[in-house]
Design a protein. Structure first.
Length: 249
């Protein structure tokens, strides 16, 4: 009985686990006309522990965008939840997880090039945070090169929470198991168009072929990442912004 259950759980995990996109470390000599290509630049997060001697100024990029193919009519990730009746073909992928293989490396940013299937896609999440409460979709056509621009992630801290700093580390070391557990916040992300101060698009891609993304907000779907849930812009950030806007002087 236990063996059968373990086998079932293993099969389920293989079916639902996100598969890695083809993340390119260099521009191909010829782009596949049957595929779609995505450019995205990640801004690195500043290290809150940089006060320690020898610590890095920026946090290494170990998590990133999670993308999924989306059915805008059934309003879910293709093949899952309410869109079970619209799976992707058997030899294709519905979920694309982050893989750290940059095309261009800058001091405080990384540029990535993904090769994916043409379809409607949704920004499913960041790391283990699912943006199932509200996210952005975008359309990728065959042979297209779409620039998502520059994305920056942040923790969506509630009003009474904050990231741990060097002082918290020292206190935790003193108190040991009696120390307060560090606060945990879901991720949120923001996008902006590429500017002159950002990493340039490699000449091999021909800038005239690259088009900026057209995001459509408001997409909802099931939480298939198994972690925290949030809106892409951040529920707590939106509440704080609204509270600030409501303040009258």
């Amino acid at each position: 009985m236990k063996t059968t259950l373990l086998k079932a759980l293993l099969v389920a995990s293989l079916v639902t686990s996100p598969a890695a996109a083809e993340t390119l470390k260099k521009v191909p000599a010829t782009l596949d006309p049957d595929k779609a290509y995505v450019l995205v630049e990640y801004k690195l997060q500043e290290n809150t522990m940089s006060g320690f001697p020898g610590s890095r100024k920026y946090v290494p990029l170990t998590a990133g965008l999670m993308l999924a193919r989306y059915d805008p009519v059934l309003m879910d990730v293709r093949g899952l939840g309410s869109a079970t009746s619209n799976p992707v073909p058997g030899d294709q992928q519905a979920l694309e997880r982050f893989r750290n293989r940059q095309l261009v490396k800058g001091e405080a940013s990384r540029l990535f090039l993904l090769e994916v299937e043409p379809d409607t896609w949704v920004v499913q999440g960041w790391g283990t945070t699912s943006f199932s409460l509200g996210s952005y979709t975008f359309r990728l056509e065959p042979g297209s090169i779409t620039d998502l621009g520059v994305v920056e992630a942040a923790a969506d801290w509630a009003e009474d929470q904050r990231p741990a700093d060097t002082g918290d580390v020292f206190v935790a070391a003193l108190l040991g198991p009696f120390a307060k557990r560090p606060d945990v916040a879901p991720a949120r992300v923001s996008f902006r168009e590429r500017g002159e101060q950002d990493l340039p698009i490699p000449a091999e891609l021909r800038a005239d072929r690259v088009r900026p993304v057209e995001f459509t907000p408001g997409a909802t779907f099931g939480n298939y990442l198994g972690g925290l849930v949030n809106r892409i812009e951040g529920v707590n950030a939106r509440l704080k912004a609204q509270a600030a806007a409501d303040v009258t002087f």
